[in-house]
Each structure stands twice: as structure tokens, then as C-alpha cells.
Design a protein around this ligand. Structure first.
Ligand SMILES: C[S@@+](CC[C@H](N)C(=O)[O-])C[C@H]1O[C@@H](n2cnc3c(N)ncnc32)[C@H](O)[C@@H]1O
Length: 264
């Protein structure tokens, strides 16, 4: 009897472990393989949407707010902004708070994230200035040259079709329009890099799991930061699709970077 119980316990634990690792493997599937990836990404973000802001602010000790402030602060005052991968809406709200734009369209593939954005926008009485749409950045439902500026905060490393998505941003930006992309990078100083790596791979997944009960999603998030093209390598993607004056500024030891570009 005891032997039978142990057998079933071991079987259960093995299957549970396999399922868990299958989730992680799906999450680590290369970003640019095919469109199905989009479906897995939106589910990952739907699953953590209610705790996303709290996770961000706790793990970055609130510094993420200043990264977004800088990104928006570097934009000229204009009319129509497209906030790609709007998520829970922090960049959109920051752009309106700094009075850089009069109207924002935010797009995302995660309805869960946009539900949180909608509640925040309505809570601030900004609903007349913000439109939230379910759309994939690889196929933007807008005419050429529709926007004066485009922002994208911590979204590009999740895109299933990176170059196609950047080409779409280029298409819907008007000539003379500005692009600002925020993305996580890696500190270049080896000592800071060592501690950051430890924090990223060991501490952040634990905090993520405590907040959301979804540790596997955070394995994906941390690995996606490591794998993604950074600095000059990312600029070459922007150059390839036609953006001009491409450059980047490191933020807080290079943990995050602000990519700047325009359309001539
Ligand atoms: C890390 S969150 C960033 C949210 C927000 N921009 C911010 O600054 O916090 C990344 C967002 O990218 C969205 N995303 C991923 N792939 C996308 C795609 N192909 N098109 C549009 N949004 C996408 C996800 O659903 C998620 O909401």
C-alpha cells in the first residue's frame, strides 16, 4: 500500500514538474519563429496584469517612473501619439500628464493589461483623450502617417515579429515624427552587471511569484531581457526599417535604455 502511494506520488510530482517545465519552454520559445507566439505572449501578460504595476514599482524601487518621465520628456509637444504595447497605460498617462500630446491611441494584444489601463485612465478622468485598441504591432490598423509621435515602453523584446513591427511603426508615423522606445538592457560595468544579473535571475522571479503566483512567467521575462538585442544591435533594426537619427541613452547604469529615432 505504502509502495503504491509512493509510486503515485512520484508519478504526480513528475507530471507536475513536466507541466511546469513545458510552460517555461513555451515561454522561452524563440521570439521570432511564428505568429502563434503572439497568442502565448498575450496570455502571459493577461495572467499578471493585475499585479504588473506593483511588480514593476517594487522591483525597480520606483525608478521605472523616472525612465518613463525621461522618455516622454524628450518628445516635442505634438498632437497625436500612438503608444504601442500600451500595457497598463503608464507611458500614455505620463504623456498626458506632461501635456506633450492632446490625444493618445494605445494598442496592445493583452486585453487584461488594457483593462487595467482603462481603469487608470478613467480614474484620472482622461478617457476623452485616450483610445485603447486590441491590435498587434505587426499589423497596425492605421493609415500611413497617422501619428506625430510613437512611444513603446518595454514592449519590443516581446514582439513575435520585431522588424515587421518596427516597419509598421515607421509606416504609421508622419514624416518628421518622433519615436521613443524604452527597453531593458544590461549594465556594462562588470561589478554592477554581476549584482544585477543575480537580482534579475534569482530575486525578481521570487518577487514575481509571490505577487502573481506565476513564477514561470517571470522566468520568461528575465530570459527575454537577456536574449534581446541591445544598444547598437537594436539600433541596427531601427536603421534597417528606415528610421533616421537613431541613438540611445543609457538609464541607471544601463539597466534600461531610451532609444530615440525619427522619420525623415
Ligand atoms: C512589459 S509590458 C509593457 C507595458 C507598458 N508599455 C509599460 O511601459 O509598462 C509589454 C506589453 O507588450 C505587449 N505586447 C507584446 N507583444 C505585442 C504585440 N505584438 N503587439 C502589441 N503589443 C504587444 C504585451 O501584451 C504587454 O502588455
Amino acid at each position: 500500500m505504502a509502495l503504491k502511494r509512493s509510486f503515485f506520488s512520484i508519478l504526480f510530482l513528475s507530471l507536475h514538474g513536466l507541466g511546469r517545465w513545458a510552460n517555461v519552454c513555451i515561454a522561452l520559445w524563440p521570439l521570432d519563429l511564428n505568429g502563434n507566439r503572439v497568442n502565448q505572449i498575450d496570455k502571459l501578460f493577461d495572467g499578471i496584469s493585475n499585479q504588473y504595476d506593483r511588480f514593476n514599482h517594487i522591483t525597480s524601487m520606483g525608478i521605472d517612473r523616472s525612465w518613463r518621465r525621461q522618455a516622454v520628456g524628450s518628445l516635442p509637444v505634438c498632437h497625436d501619439l500612438l503608444d504601442v504595447a500600451v500595457g497598463t497605460g503608464d507611458l500614455t498617462i505620463e504623456a498626458l500628464r506632461q501635456q506633450k500630446v492632446s490625444r493618445v491611441v494605445g494598442i496592445d494584444i493583452s486585453d487584461g493589461m488594457m483593462r487595467v489601463a482603462k481603469a487608470k485612465v478613467e480614474g484620472l478622468g482622461l478617457q476623452d483623450k485616450v483610445t485603447l485598441l486590441h491590435a498587434d504591432c505587426a499589423q497596425l490598423p492605421f493609415a500611413d502617417g497617422s501619428f506625430d509621435a510613437i512611444t513603446c515602453g518595454y514592449g519590443v523584446r516581446n514582439f513575435a515579429q520585431l522588424d515587421q513591427s518596427l516597419a509598421e511603426m515607421y509606416r504609421v508615423l508622419r514624416p518628421g515624427g518622433q519615436l521613443r522606445i524604452l527597453e531593458f538592457t544590461y549594465p556594462t560595468n562588470p561589478i554592477i552587471r554581476f549584482f544585477y544579473d543575480f537580482y534579475l535571475t534569482k530575486v525578481m522571479p521570487i518577487i514575481g511569484k509571490k505577487l502573481t503566483q506565476q513564477g514561470d512567467s517571470f522566468v520568461y521575462f528575465m530570459n527575454s531581457i537577456k536574449r534581446f538585442d541591445k544598444g547598437k544591435a537594436f539600433l541596427s533594426h531601427l536603421d534597417k526599417v528606415g528610421f533616421a537619427d537613431t541613438r540611445f541613452k543609457k538609464q541607471t547604469f544601463g539597466i534600461s535604455s531610451l532609444y530615440i529615432a525619427c522619420k525623415r
